[in-house]
Design a binder for this molecule. Structure first.
Ligand SMILES: N[C@@H](CCC(=O)N[C@@H](CS)C(=O)NCC(=O)O)C(=O)O
Length: 212
């Protein structure tokens, strides 16, 4: 049996979701650095050999090759017996929040941060649109976390690992401090950070100066 591999890079909060799950479940894994900023995910080779969707992360474990963090997290929860659902109702609830995350939460946060921090696209109607969508999604999550300690039930699940993917990156990369403006989200991030094995994305994945 070989060590599972995760195609990733430090600035990817999507890859962080899977990397954090591997860290929190104390699973041995090998990072495969993807040079996203040099366009590697857009090359025909990457799309042919790694992921036809042209995305990171990709998880490879023996004969299993998975993309889409919701799928990877579900697989790892099944394999490890950790951070998964304790009932059918919880399973549906976890799926509900992972879908919300992929559509309304991570998607806007990730794109906004990319444009702000890496593509210098501030002060456009597009950025205003994203800010409004982010404000609305953060408000929904803040209200939810005022009522309970974790996204689903009273213990951490893969729904939390999905939702927190972008929220440990420095505030400067967004241009605003999410945790400071949302106390319930801030406290929830603290609870996840306190889990044994937690590491910052820039320490967990390759490709950022802070990693060394
Ligand atoms: N829904 C996907 C999103 C993955 C994603 O957007 N990854 C980014 C890096 S953080 C990417 O590879 N983007 C390349 C592109 O969209 O061209 C997942 O959950 O895995």
């Amino acid at each position: 049996m070989t060590t599972p591999q995760l195609y990733c890079f430090a600035q990817s909060g999507n890859a962080y979701k899977a990397a954090l799950m591997l860290a929190l479940t104390d699973t041995a894994w090998t990072p495969v650095f993807v040079d996203f900023f040099k366009g590697e995910t857009r090359t025909p080779e990457y799309r042919r050999n790694v992921n036809e969707m042209g995305e990171v992360p990709v998880f490879v474990d023996d004969s299993v090759k998975l993309s889409q963090t919701g799928v990877i997290l579900t697989y790892l929860a099944e394999q490890s017996g950790k951070f998964g659902a304790k009932s059918e109702a919880e399973r549906r609830e976890i799926l509900r929040w992972i879908l919300f995350d992929n559509h309304k939460f991570t998607s806007y946060l990730a794109t906004y941060r990319f444009m702000h921090a890496f593509a210098n696209s501030d002060d456009t109607a597009v950025m205003d649109f994203f800010r409004a969508r982010i404000k609305s999604a953060l408000g929904i999550v803040e209200k939810h976390l005022e009522r309970q300690p974790f996204i689903v039930g009273d213990a951490p699940t893969i729904a939390d690992l999905s939702m927190c993917g972008y929220l440990y990156y420095p505030a400067e990369e967004f241009g605003f401090d999410i945790a400071a403006a949302h106390p319930a989200i801030g406290a929830w991030l603290g609870r996840i950070k306190a889990l044994p094995g937690w590491k910052h994305p820039y320490k967990l994945m390759p490709g950022h100066p802070l990693a060394s």
